[in-house]
Design a protein around this ligand. Structure first.
Ligand SMILES: [Mg+2]
Length: 245
């Protein structure tokens, strides 16, 4: 009889996908894990919504129009900024920092990232969220790399009208492919983790995508349609079996 490892290149475990079909999941350690930030490493749905809550504005109409393709990421950001300024007047960088003061890491984030790094696994954060916030999460967790969208400030540290688009919300694949190229890492050695339908753009061919803690119905539906493994939990420790930890 052949050992299991002959039939399957990696040690495997059985896990259940959304449609209840058992699939074999690799538990070989990846070389790189790329996380979304909002709702995955950070226990808040959206770093943009945190700013709207802070300034008492509502972007739900803008979001609907954006999802309907009525404007670009860059126009969406400029309209968000215009809403805040209409309500608050000019906005300092310190004010933006203050808006995030109550935000928390997802349970298990510190331990899981520390253990990935101890195993020499490269940890990257690929976020369409706000750079000021994502960089502080990356620093707290000692992530190797991060990229996010963000703001421009003038010499006095006041917020300018145009944001900076580095990660189009529907197009995280470019950042993922750049990361693989820089690390000289094969997609088979990459695991991506995200909580929204837009995060599926991280799932480049050959790589593994794990859905974590989907809350929006669009994410639940998209993950089901993609037939991927979903970890319905608010504790990142529950990802360990899928990361070879
Ligand atoms: Mg997210």
């Amino acid at each position: 009889m052949y050992p299991l490892n002959f039939l399957f290149p990696y040690n495997t475990i059985k896990c259940e996908s959304l449609d209840g079909v058992n699939v074999l999941m690799s538990t070989k350690q990846p070389r790189c894990v790329a996380f979304d930030c909002d709702g995955v490493l950070a226990d808040s749905l959206s770093s943009w919504k945190t700013l709207h809550d802070h300034f008492g504005t509502d972007s739900s109409d803008l979001l609907k129009k954006f999802m309907a393709g009525e404007f670009t990421d860059s126009e969406f950001m400029a309209q968000d900024i215009a809403l805040w300024k209409a309500k608050h007047g000019s906005i300092s960088q310190d004010e933006i920092f203050r808006a995030y003061s109550g935000c928390k890491l997802m349970k298990g984030a510190r331990e899981v990232i520390a253990d990935l790094k101890a195993a020499n696994i490269h940890v990257a954060i690929i976020s369409a969220g706000v750079d000021i916030y994502v960089s502080s999460i990356a620093a707290m967790l000692k992530a190797d790399d991060w990229i996010a969208n963000g703001f421009n400030f003038d010499e006095e540290g006041m917020l300018l009208d145009q944001g900076v688009v580095r990660i189009p919300s529907m197009g995280k694949d470019e950042a993922v492919n750049n990361l693989l190229r820089i690390l000289d890492c094969s997609p088979e050695d990459l695991v991506c983790v995200g909580d929204s339908s837009m995060d599926l753009s991280m799932w480049v061919e050959g790589s593994t995508f794990i859905g974590f803690n989907p809350t929006r119905q669009t994410a639940i539906d998209a993950f089901e349609a993609a037939n991927i493994t979903v970890v319905n939990s608010k504790d990142l420790n529950d990802l360990r079996p899928y990361l070879g930890l």
